[in-house]
Design a protein around this ligand. Structure first.
Ligand code: NDP
Length: 451
């Protein structure tokens, strides 16, 4: 057994029910193998073991009162995974599926992702099993206030800076930040994804989706290709998906799908910018279901299945796939379906949307495959830019932030390729992203000694 396989075995043994966390650790550890020989100091200082153990985990009760005046209780989490290179940083997810395994996998991935951005940010993640869907604004506000009533003591602009994720968008960040400000009597950059009126950054809402498309463009360029005229399949209909749709359109591609957790839309005529505005209004303001799209745009068809199932079963031609919904949405069968239907490139907007078997199929078939920690890092990178603007009390223009985002995505793409080549895995973005992110964190941890 090598050091890295020992770490995977230990993680499985000490927390046997954390399957998403095991999956993330295993995927990373497999690819870190080439660093073991080259960096004996990492082995001596037990960096691999320490990487898989969060610095601190906070689990707390979140009681709140619903509109019927009944008391509800949810569970809150904040996993502060690693702050070697900067304050803990990573989103909050509100979804009924949230548990410690999911928050730990997301926090673990975040450590390497944040390192890849080249900004000074450690990794963390948090959230709750609260379901915002179907709740009134008042209920969401009371929940957010109760959540922050505990979270405030663990976060701070130099300590831990949460942001949004699934179920946490502009509305939730507003309620969380408003309550933090109230109880701390402090206006400070403790959250990112804030409204533009109170310290947010231009382009932060767009950044994950735009960044994913920028990354896909960089990957395509390595084969002399671009997005013009390409058919692009997107999953999800939330923050990341919406701005991925917008950017694909701006780059001349045609988006043919979108979905939410209950249905899939296939629109062979293309989801253009007008239809994208419609989805934004439907999802962000009316908070409706994506199936309504097919009632408005009659040429589109609506299916009750996962978008990747629909593509596989109907043999729909896809050039580029951008999964932007959730973890493990693409399994082995879906991956084979994409390969059979001509897919050239997969860039992940979501975190860990492809299962390990799916990744193996993409790589075995020589697809350009960009793992989420590299391709969706534009969101947290722009959160880092929001932190810089907050601490310098400046606001940058759209063009300035977008230009920095584009450069960061190009830089991440190059770091992945450089690290992959340097460690003998030319063209392998998974190995490249993991090693490039890891080495910086590991060297820093060695410098600190045993802390
Ligand atoms: P949102 O809550 O805005 O949107 C999530 C979308 O995915 C919704 O349309 C939701 O549908 C859909 N969805 C959720 N679960 C499923 C499922 N099981 N099957 C099909 N569709 C599903 O979240 P974001 O867009 O912010 O996040 C999407 C992904 O991107 C997540 O993996 C997140 O971790 C990742 N990410 C987000 C970043 C950000 O800046 N927001 C940064 C980096 C990564 P429904 O409305 O029915 O729930």
């Amino acid at each position: 057994m090598s050091v890295t396989t020992d770490v995977v075995a230990k993680v499985r043994q000490v927390d046997p029910d954390q399957k998403e966390f095991h999956q993330a650790v295993e995927e990373v550890m497999e690819t870190l193998e080439p660093t073991v020989e080259r960096h004996p100091e990492f082995v001596k200082m037990k960096i691999y073991e320490r990487l898989a153990e969060p610095e601190r985990t906070v689990i707390f009760r979140v009681p709140w009162v619903d509109d019927r005046n009944e008391v509800q209780v949810n569970r809150g989490f904040r996993v502060q995974f690693n702050n070697a290179i900067g304050p803990f940083k990573g989103g909050l997810r509100f979804h009924p599926s949230v548990n410690l395994s999911i928050i730990k996998f997301l926090g673990f991935e975040q450590v390497l992702k944040n390192s890849l951005t080249t900004l000074a940010m450690g990794g963390g993640k948090g959230g709750s099993d609260f379901e915002p869907k179907g709740k009134s604004d008042g209920e969401v506000m009371r929940f957010c206030q109760s959540f922050m009533r505990e979270l405030f003591r663990h976060v701070g602009p130099e300590t831990d800076v949460p942001a949004g994720d699934i179920g946490v968008g502009g509305r939730e960040i507003g309620y969380l930040y408003g309550y933090y400000k109230k109880i701390r009597n402090d206006h400070t950059g403790v959250l990112t994804g804030k409204g533009i009126e109170y310290g947010g950054s231009l382009i932060r809402p767009e950044a994950t989706g735009y960044g994913t498309v920028y990354f896909a463009t960089e990957m395509l360029a390595t084969r002399g290709l671009d997005l013009k005229g390409k058919r692009v399949a997107i999953s999800g209909a939330g923050n990341v998906a919406q701005f991925a749709i917008e950017k694909v359109n701006q780059m001349g591609g045609t988006v043919i799908s979108v979905c939410d957790s209950t249905s899939t839309i296939i629109d062979e005529q293309g989801i253009d910018l007008d239809k994208c505005r419609y989805i934004m209004e439907l999802k962000n303001i009316r908070r409706g279901r994506i199936s309504e799209y097919a009632k408005t745009y009659k040429a589109a068809c609506f299916e009750g299945e996962n978008v990747w199932d629909v593509i596989r079963k109907q043999g729909i031609k896809v050039d580029v796939a951008l999964p932007c919904a959730t973890q493990n949405e693409i399994d082995e069968g879906h991956a084979q379906g994409l390969v059979n239907n001509g897919c050239l490139c997969v860039a992940e907007g979501a975190n860990m949307p492809s299962s390990p078997e799916a990744i193996r199929i993409f790589q075995a078939n020589n697809l350009l495959y960009g793992p989420g920690k590299a391709s969706n890092a534009g969101g947290v990178a722009t959160s880092g830019l929001e932190m810089s603007q907050n601490s310098s009390k400046l606001s940058w223009s759209r063009e300035e932030v977008d230009g920095k985002l584009l450069n960061i995505m190009k830089g991440i793409h190059k770091s992945c390729l450089d690290a992959a080549e340097a460690y003998g895995r030319k063209g392998d973005y998974v190995t490249g992203a993991n090693i490039a992110g890891f080495v910086k964190v590991a060297k820093t941890m060695v410098a600190y000694g045993v802390v």
